[in-house]
Design a binder for this molecule. Structure first.
Ligand SMILES: *Cc1c(COP(=O)(O)O)cnc(C)c1O
Length: 368
């Protein structure tokens, strides 16, 4: 593999295919697979990722916001797209781009119905979300008769799926809570199926739900983080391959005599002579200040180098005293020996936050 000459986020589509195949091997052949490509496909490149997944035969996509769905449509994606968190101001755009809204409250169902009627839609696919314990978005079970009467009153809307979301599928200490969510969702599914004259999709499992709760697969599963190579568990992590690798280079080296400081506010002061390297990546690129001051390392020529001093907007400084390296050498921030999960952990956060926070100014480079 050629060495990088600037800061890049490499996107490995072969790794994506591997992860897709691994997750597919965990579900029944008849179970549908929805890929979550919100937040720029977890910081990578939503359009390129979606294109590859469409080729692999994905059944559905989900994004968080309408704009993300519009971008997929504009890049030629034809697969159905569920918008997980639509706002009423975008309902016309949703219809225009053939996106499918998650409707989670009576207000938002009535508002969407109104706009769909104005646009003379019939049997327009919608998704109804139920709250089974996350207490974020969703109808309660008690709202079922009302929802069904609103839908059945006219032929404008068609319930494509009914779904819910698990609160702690990665945490096996919360098994009892999760089982209760699954039980509630089963009851919701049964009640709705009794009242509707057509079949619907049902889904509640995210990546950890897929891996830890086969009984929660229903007729479709939704995977985000797993497709990008992380399984919220060291055993699953071993089976998955990180799609994104963040790399940069050494811009300059310095020798720091004892007593000399480095960076803003002199946050690091050398107690012996050390050698430092400055890298062209900072908090504006998504490597936040929480990773500074000796908490996190990066990889230089196969060795670990600690980030020292404060993280600057466009640069970080690392300690390379015991590392054979020179200006221009490649540095791996995460996605190789050290995963995004390991890197994130040093600042008490999770791979999701680190990956989705990589700024748009970092060049994405596709490895095919
Ligand atoms: C983000 C999201 C997912 C994907 O979760 P992962 O843990 O990344 O697999 C699934 N469902 C909903 C409703 C989400 O918001």
């Amino acid at each position: 593999m050629t060495k990088t000459q600037e800061t890049v986020l490499e996107i490995n589509l072969a790794a994506l295919e591997h992860n897709y195949n691994f997750i597919t091997s965990k579900i029944k052949p008849t179970t549908k697979f929805l890929a979550v490509t919100k937040a720029f496909a977890y910081g990578s490149d939503a359009c390129k990722i979606a294109k590859k997944l469409e080729k692999l035969g994905i059944d559905y996509f989900a994004v968080a916001y309408t704009k993300e769905g519009v971008e997929l449509r504009n890049s030629g994606i034809k697969t159905p797209i569920l918008v997980l968190h639509p706002q009423a101001v975008n309902f016309k755009t949703i219809l225009e781009y053939n996106l499918e809204p998650n409707l989670y409250s009576e207000k938002n169902l009535e508002e969407f119905l109104e706009v769909a009627k104005q646009e003379n839609k019939s049997n327009y696919p919608i998704h109804i979300k139920f709250n089974t314990g996350l207490n974020r978005l969703g109808f309660t079970k008690e709202a079922i008769p009302k929802i069904i009467s609103i839908i059945k009153n006219n032929s404008t809307l068609h319930i494509q799926s009914v779904f819910s979301h698990l609160a702690a599928s990665e945490d096996l200490n919360e098994k009892e809570f999760t089982n209760e969510q699954i039980k509630q969702f089963c009851e919701i599914k049964e009640e709705i199926e009794k009242l509707l004259s057509y079949p619907i999709l049902t889904h509640m499992a995210n990546t950890s739900g897929i891996l830890n709760y086969p009984e929660a697969h229903f007729s479709m599963v939704r995977s985000g983080i797993g497709l990008y190579g992380y399984g919220n568990n060291p055993d699953f992590d071993k089976k998955l391959k990180p799609v994104a690798t963040l790399k940069t280079i050494i811009s300059q080296k310095h020798i720091l005599e004892p007593g000399k400081s480095i960076g803003y506010n002199r946050a690091f002061i050398a107690d012996k002579t050390i050698v430092t390297a400055t890298l062209p990546i900072g908090h504006a690129d998504g490597i936040g200040r929480q990773y500074g001051q000796g908490k996190t390392f990066v990889e230089v020529n196969g060795k670990k180098a600690l980030i020292i001093g404060n993280v600057c907007m466009d640069m970080i400084m690392i300690d390379v005293t015991n590392i054979d390296c020179k200006e221009g050498d490649e540095v791996i921030i995460f996605g190789s020996e050290q995963s995004a999960e390991d890197f994130a952990k040093t600042a008490n956060t999770i791979s999701y936050e680190l990956l989705t926070g990589i700024a748009s100014r970092v060049k994405r480079k596709l490895l095919i």
